[in-house]
Design a protein around this ligand. Sequence first.
Ligand code: GLP
Length: 243
Amino acid sequence: MKIIVTDTYEEMGSVAAQVVEVQMEAKPGSILGLATGTTPISLYDALTEDCKAGKISFADITTYNLDEYRGLPGTHDQSYRYFMDKYLFDRVDIDKARTHLLDGTNPDADAECAAYEKELADAGYVDLQLLGLGHNGHIGFNEPADHFPVDTHLVDLTESTITANARLFDSVEDVPTQAYTMGIGTCMKARKILLVANGANKARIVRDSFQGPVVPQVPASILQLHADVTVVVDKEAGSLLDL
Ligand code: GLP
């Protein structure tokens, strides 16, 4: 595991963007696994800037997002489809038909999750998976548990995740209580993984995830077992790391 600590949040985004761009240049038809949350916004800004400057192109890129709230249509401003359109897809030269997210409005959870997992399996899984990090160590929406969930599945969000994400909704009651997410196994099948985190309130979980024991109570800790992981954190989020 390679851990890079940057001075600022913006630098975290540009350093992480370099990792994505190296992948895109090496394989213009790459499949990228993408993440939402406030953390990757500076990374998406850097990718957008480099695309507008003609340094990279998304023309042949395919994407699969990690997760989506159950019950929110893509037109809802807190859906992850809306987020991705706003922060990346509508700003770069990507073919929207190649951008995939779980459909939060499909009431048949089993069918939705099985179809998404199958699509990923048929595609050979992703070349590079981008991840953020929840305050409780969740990746995607894989919450702390007594086992590592393998495949794409429906989850009941923990109270701490609902509270953490309430800042983006009008009120805590508006936060969906369930979501569809790739499994930990789905993420681990990516050939490369890039995780970003910023801010002092992520410092403890960054340390527990990457320098603590590998346990399902800290879902991100499993990344220690993946052969090709790059972690890019700003100095606040990296402040408790023993480097
Ligand atoms: C959300 C998302 C995750 C994200 C995490 C951290 O619940 N499902 O994919 O990584 O929480 O979000 P943020 O970057 O806003 O701290």
